[in-house]
Ligand binder design. Structure first.
Ligand SMILES: [Zn+2]
Length: 128
């Protein structure tokens, strides 16, 4: 059985002004002549902020609280919201993380394509 790679992390970006978009507009608002293309992202970033939810949105999710949601600042610049996996039970601002897109085989409570953050070790300053 072959292993299917996780869905890639990508975001729309203007080829001219490098502005990022969660939802690609038909044209860049900075200059209608700019082209918007999906660009792959490394998935590497740090926790910019986070919140912990204690009240379930649905009764069926009552056994899942409390859970954290993080705002990740990616190395390429954009910030994205992400669920956390078991490796990140207590996120901290500045915590290095790796995000990936949820696929169908993962948690059924998280929609396919949503981002999942996994903890990654800190590296000494100045090293990639
Ligand atoms: Zn632009």
């Amino acid at each position: 059985m072959s292993q299917v790679p996780p869905p890639a992390v990508a975001m729309a970006c203007c080829t001219a002004c490098r502005r990022w978009f969660v939802v690609a507009p038909a044209r860049c608002p900075a200059d209608a002549a700019h082209e918007i293309l999906d660009r792959p992202l490394s998935g590497h970033g740090v926790v910019f902020s986070f919140t912990v939810t204690h009240q379930p949105m649905r009764a069926s999710a009552g056994d899942r609280v409390p859970y954290a949601t993080v705002l990740v600042e990616l190395d390429e610049g954009p910030r994205v919201l992400a669920h956390v996996d078991a490796s990140l039970p207590r996120p901290a601002i500045g915590q290095p993380v790796l995000i990936r897109a949820q696929d169908d085989a993962d948690d059924p409570h998280i929609p396919p394509g949503a981002y999942i953050a996994t903890a990654r070790p800190r590296t000494p300053e100045g090293t990639p």
